[in-house]
Design a protein around this ligand. Sequence first.
Ligand SMILES: [Mg+2]
Length: 233
Amino acid sequence: MKRRLVLFDIDGTLLSSQGAGGRALKGALREVFGKFGPTNDYSFAGRTDPQIVLDLMGRLGFEERFIRERMPQVFEVYLQRLGEEIRKGPPPTLFPGVLPLLEELKRDERAILGLLTGNIEGGARIKLRALNLEGYFSIGAYGSDAEERNRLPLIALKRAKEEFDDHLEGEDMVIIGDTPLDVECAQGVGACSIAVATGVVRKERLEASGADYLFDDFREYHRVMEAIFSSKG
Ligand SMILES: [Mg+2]
């Protein structure tokens, strides 16, 4: 049996934290660096948490080394605040079809379910826990593993080979996300890419990214299942 390593992005793909992630990071940066600049023209979507911190604080003129030294502290405060923001803010929401899709995949022996996300691991856990999604994913590659998203697929693959199936290759991976950056990181390792337009990126831009499959959302989850298992590999 040929298995598929199915990796989901979190924000914009599975769920919306209703801004809790952004508010928590903003608060943490303000607390640690004493300031936080305008982010109007900066897109968080598809970027890893460490990359966002480097970009935003770099724009404010802080030196890279200075930023890196404070990174652990930023994320410590961030995780604390993320929990608080989720508790007090509007509750995070799941996108349509996500739950039946995950249930279906969980039942399917051919699928190894995991995460490929720019969230640091602790942040990913908090967001998933808020919606009882933690139990679905047996493997993950996170923003805390690498700053560049393009490095995450091979990290996930290595972990999956060690833990589940040594025969897995790049083309056995299916990477599911809501931005051209998700698609790009899939293309880099010959993985199948599935884009979904539930995030902030418009469908036209996702189309242009060259995703193998594109969905408005996961409402018709049987079609998504077909895409996952009919892909190359
Ligand atoms: Mg996303």
